[in-house]
Design a binder for this molecule. Structure first.
Ligand code: NAD
Length: 376
């Protein structure tokens, strides 16, 4: 199955990365290069559980090595926390190909690199889609390694999970919005609840579909005119200038586009969306504390957007069962985080980070850590 035209080199660059501010005790950091195809990929393995770590691969044209490392290290660390809170027995990792438009050869070389890392270091990195990586490109990776998730399975009768994680992520976000509305507005349904959705891509589009079915009043923005029009036509959503969507006075602001979106112009009662790394200053939870001061309920990004990861883990199982798992997991976790935040008067991101940290340190489930906290 192996294609001899790709011949990547895998370099362990952990020791060169330890001084990076985002390093955060990674297990290993690798650089995979392939001269013939031009591949340059960084693969960060933050933690391993039973020798495995999962996290998508993104492609991006980075503005220098520093930005490239910062992005992939931060995302990789976030995957450890996301997996733990989602109740999955997987370590966290992430890869980033530094290229605007990776070729099939690059993807095959990347796949071969993953295979080489498993053979040499005994670390099974499992890859999946992230920004800019399509299923078609993942198929190329799969030619060289079995450690690929997110390929649509052959469907026979019953609809199976797998392929595009967007609808699963969207369902988790939809569930999270319902939990937040219940906590903040005391409503058991979304009828008439106003939601501003920023970004109508893989997640935002499906989120609008769920929200529209539930009777929410939709305001939408996207930089892409076609995507915007589709949401207007299909869901009767009100189009909004992308510059104005963040500061709209609505019940819920649902960011589903790019990171670093939280700021002091937000006037919604709730912030609950799929965007990764919504805070600029994640370490100190500055933006989350600011939202708390403004009495805005924030659903921590890595909790509410875990649906895609859960679907990738349960790939090949019935779609209904996986949706059910996602709904229950997101509901249970956010419900506890919101309740602790209220009773202890601490912002939701700090509570969430504390619970995740304890789970990892004490190797306990979310439910056990929650029981310990209630008992304390
Ligand atoms: N796809 C998933 O399953 C998944 C899972 C977890 C987290 N996320 C995160 O959710 C976010 C959205 O993911 P996606 O897969 O839908 O991405 P996507 O690339 O499919 O869609 C993003 C959309 O946002 C729009 N956009 C970008 N900047 C904007 C702005 N300033 N204002 C309005 N629209 C803007 C783009 O035009 C695009 O249509 C990302 O942060 C991603 O990391 C996605």
């Amino acid at each position: 199955m192996s294609d001899q035209s790709v011949n990547p080199v895998v370099k362990d660059i952990t020791s060169e990365t330890v001084t990076h501010p985002e390093y955060s005790a990674h297990e290993k950091v690798f650089l995979i290069t392939d001269e013939a195809s031009g591949l340059k990929a960084k693969l960060c393995i933050h933690t391993l559980i039973e020798g495995r770590a999962l996290g998508g691969c993104r492609r991006w044209e980075y503005d220098g090595d520093e930005q490239w490392s910062a992005d992939v290290l931060r995302l990789s660390r976030g995957m450890t926390r996301k997996s733990a809170v989602a109740g999955l027995p997987l370590g966290g990792a992430k890869a980033a190909i530094n290229h605007g438009n990776p070729t099939k050869d690059m993807m095959r070389a990347f796949g071969r690199g993953i295979d080489m890392i498993e053979k040499k270091y005994g670390m099974a990195y499992i890859t999946a889609e992230d920004v800019g990586i399509t299923e078609e490109l993942l198929m190329e990776v799969k030619k060289e390694t079995d450690h690929v998730r997110g390929i649509t399975p052959a469907q026979e009768g019953v609809e199976l999970s797998g392929g595009d994680p967007g609808p699963f992520t969207a369902f988790g976000v939809f569930t999270g919005i319902k939990v937040a509305v219940q906590h903040r507005l005391g409503k058991d349904n979304l009828e008439g609840v106003s939601v501003a959705v920023q970004g109508l891509g893989d997640v935002g589009y499906y989120l609008c579909e769920f929200l529209n079915e539930a009777g929410a009043k939709l305001f939408v923005a996207d930089l892409d005119g076609e995507r915007l029009q589709r949401a207007v036509d299909e869901f009767g959503a009100m189009p909004v200038d992308p510059k104005e969507i963040v500061a709209m006075e609505v019940d819920v602001f649902a960011p589903c586009a790019m990171g670093g979106v939280l700021n002091d112009t937000i006037r919604a009662s709730i912030v609950a969306g799929s965007t990764n790394n919504q805070q600029r200053d994640e370490i100190n939870n500055v933006e989350s504390k600011m939202l708390k001061t403004g009495n805005i309920l924030y659903a921590p990004d890595y909790v509410i957007n875990s649906g895609g990861l859960i679907s990738v883990y349960y790939e090949g199982e019935s779609r209904d069962r996986v949706m059910d798992i996602i709904g229950k997991q997101v509901e249970m976790t956010l419900d506890k985080i919101f309740a602790f935040s209220k009773s202890e008067n601490i912002d939701t991101a700090t509570i969430s980070d504390e619970l995740a940290k304890k789970m990892l340190q004490e190797k306990k489930s979310f439910e056990d850590i929650v029981s310990d906290r209630v008992a304390a």
